[in-house]
Structure formats: C-alpha cells, structure tokens
Design a protein. Sequence first.
Length: 235
Amino acid sequence: MKNLIIASTSTLHQGKPLDYLSQEIKNLYKDSKEVLFIPYARPSGITHEEYTSRVRSIFNKLNIKIRGIHEFNNPIEAIKEAEGIFTGGGNTFLLVSQLYSNKIMTVLSEAVKSGTPYLGTSAGSNICGLSMQTTNDMPIVYPPSLQTLGIIPFNINPHYLDPEPSSIHMGETRETRINEFLAFNNLPVLGLREGSWLVVKNNTIILKGKLSARLFKKGQSAIEIESGTDLSELK
C-alpha cells in the first residue's frame, strides 16, 4: 500500500522549489484534499510558520491545500488523520529529534506503510531509510536514536556529489564518508544526485530522474544505477 516520492532535493539549480516534481506531486496527492506538512527539519533561522507559509504558496499553485503539523494540538492524531504528508528539508538531526520528542516517529512510519501518500525531500528523504547515519548534516542536536522510518530497506544519501578530479580540496569526499559508514555497517546506501528521486508503490521502488544514482555496498565497489531501474530487491 506504500505510495511515496523520495527526492534528493526540493530545488534544482536555477529552478523554483518543487517545479521539477510538480506532475509527480499532483499524481501522488490526487486523492488528497489537504496535505500535512512537517517543518521540523528547519533550524531556528526560520519559524515553523514561515517555513509552512513558503510551502503553502508552492502547493497553492498545484491546487493542493497545506497545513502544518504545528497547527494541530495533537501531532499524533494529525498524522493518523492525514490524507497526505510532506516532510521538507533542513537538518536531519533536528528533524529526527523533533519526531521522537513529539512521539510520532513510529506513528509516521505506520501511516506511510499503510498507504498515506508521502513526499520527502532532502532530510525528509533521509528519514525514509533504516537510519539517518548517511546524512550530510551537522549534529546540531542529539536525537534519542538514529533509527528512522524504515520505509525502504536501505539508506539514502541525498544531494550526492561526485568527486571533482580537478579540485585541490584535500578533505573527505562524499564517497569516502559513505565508505566510512560501510566499514561499520552492512547496509546499502543509495547516493541520490540532484534531480533524482525514488517512486515507491507498494513493494516496488523505481529510480526516476535524468541522472543515474550511485549505489554503495559493504565490501564492493560502488556502481551506477540508471534511471528507471527497479530497486525493489535491494537490501
């Protein structure tokens, strides 16, 4: 019954927020009169109200109503009654911490697994994997657990960047960081490049977008996964 879009990013270079996903979003929420927005990933430079207002203006153009979860007295009931859910980007540590502190991590997972349409971008995509350990974000807060929704049987690294051959930067590449994770964890990691997303329908997981993705597995060389590939058996 699962029905998700798991996107690397909300905004492409020189594009407007969610423009490249507009038709996918319309299809995802075609039976939803109102979508519940979870703004918890945004740090204190912007309020939940401001973040939700920005998202509302984008969804208004798609004729979809948005309501922030912070507008409800009971976030648990808000999740259970939602016709559709969107979790936006920001800081994954903050997002996970807020989901646990509001006691909705499990509730959200159960709702999405039961068929509530879900869109995640960036941090909102990170939490769809088994853990948030392959995030790119700074640990600005300390969540009680690194375990996340477990909607898909592998981890996501959104905003995946390839090493730049001409760069003089001597720090770790994204590939290095992911391999550090795999040194201690036996869990596939999919590096989603900008403009790529996963469409999850029931037990089917399909890579979409113009670019390939980068798949990492413990003890193996990373490989390219072409758009259109079925990743349902990846685990």
